[in-house]
Design a protein around this ligand. Sequence first.
Ligand code: 13P
Length: 344
Amino acid sequence: MNQQILKDTIVQLFANGKGLLAMDESNGTCNKRFAEAGIPQTIEMRRQYRELIVTTPGLNESIGGAILYDETIRQQTKDGILMADVLEKAGIIPGIKVDMGAKPMACFPYEKITEGLDGLRERLAEYKQMGVRFAKWRAVIKICTHIPTSSCIQANTHALSRYAALCQEAGIVPIVEPEVLMAGNHTLQQCYDVTEEVLKALFYQLYQFRINLEGIILKPNMVIAGTENATLNNIDEVARATVNCLLASVPATVPAIAFLSGGQSPKDAAAHLNAINKNYKSHLPWIVSFSFARAIQQPALDLWKGQETNVEEAQKILYRRAKLVAAARLGDYDTGMEKSVHFI
Ligand code: 13P
């Protein structure tokens, strides 16, 4: 295995203050988002939407890599160009979601285990041929009474490590995503405790599986109170708790952390990422960037509504949202930019 390929890919993904765009919603999740926006849930509408994203002018100013779903990487634009080729031509590295989804964990009601290891070596080889240089696997951990169990944490971090090993063997950078879900009424402290436990278990497993930590990207949640918790999250408090939790759990040899947005509003996700980078820049041994889906895409999806006539405006909003998040990745964002016509 050529370790240098992994390092080079990571440097390129995050060069010049860039981050990642997650546009790898499974068909089920994409259809759910379409249904909420009143868009027909068809393969052709999903193709049109993904074309809107990958052809957005200037997206490469803030996005270094885009994570695709299997359906999308096999699709073409209306001009007959593969989506991955459009991205590559724009200098955006194509990546791929390779897990097969979080399924109910047998004997553990309320918890999930992510599947997809069978045949993964062969799938990675095929994706590599298609130009893919990084991959994603997402585990989900829910906080509620008596959960997460250590069995769920162990099983998911074990699977993440086996996935990471196969990726590195193939010369593909694994994004390792153990997502502690925001859904629930847990406090910020409970999120801190569970996130710390999960990350410590994860790095122990990665070590056991001989993963080269210099060749992974960690994609964690921010440390934040649950969506049903009445306490409002304070921006500086979220930033402080998140940084402390990561410093306690993530080895400094990991080159890059790219947060998921997890259902935070686009503005909240940008404000939190900004505070993390602005307030703690000199304490962070890693690049601290983003790999958002909803917090970059949602306003554009809402505006598009599946209408060809809205494509240009939706692309402008997508471009702008990505620029704002990229500013936050450098600690240069402020809420005044949200309305400023001078920003872009
Ligand atoms: P959100 O930013 O919408 O949480 O999605 C990120 C992601 O890729 C989840 O796997």
